[in-house]
Design a protein around this ligand. Sequence first.
Ligand SMILES: [Mg+2]
Length: 245
Amino acid sequence: MSDWNCVLATDLDGTFLGGSEEQRERLYRHIEDRDDLLLIFVTGRDIGFIAELVAQPGMPRPRLIIGDVGTSIYDGDSFEPIPALEAEIAARWGDAGARVVEMLKDEPGLTLQPTPFRHRVSYDCRPAELAPDLVARVEAEGFDGLLSAGRFFDVLPNGIAKGPTLLRLVEHFGLDAERVLVAGDTMNDLSLFETGLKGVAVGNSEPDLVAAIKDRPRVYRSPQEGAGGIADALAHFEFQTKAAS
Ligand SMILES: [Mg+2]
């Protein structure tokens, strides 16, 4: 699994699923038409959402899926977790779901998301109502706290996020890091850009993310939104066609 011309590791909402219908259709057709591109979804969504998504006509099927904000890794054919890649994540989480829910049950500004959790707990949040020391308290309990898109708050295993999990996957499958393109639009994608891999922040990226990637020369800031930004970046990094060999 090592001689791909391009490994596209992309966020879903606002990125792969963003842009105009025409931009999405064109990108999806391009991906379906080539056999030298490895598609990886890297999303905050759970596996149920992803299974429904890829069942839709015209939606390319990913070979690998990093779900739940980097805390789950699935085979894209079977939708089964890959235990060798999840072992460290599960160990760091330590079955802490119930403890986190109890800890934050009366926390102002947080509403528990109605989704099953494996190695994380996520909330819809109202940032203006959050206690200023919320992240510090979450960290003091041994977790990471991540505010994203101005409306989500994730409690994650310490040191686990989309980027570190993608690096673990790249190493596990012996992928060529120079052939990887990461794509995102919100703060929960920042860890993807902190990997040092080539990246694109799409045109509709949230301002906090744009500010955070400003001095990262390997991150291309596309003027195009969502799927249009990904297509733009494939051209920008010359991932558009098979490399001459
Ligand atoms: Mg997104």
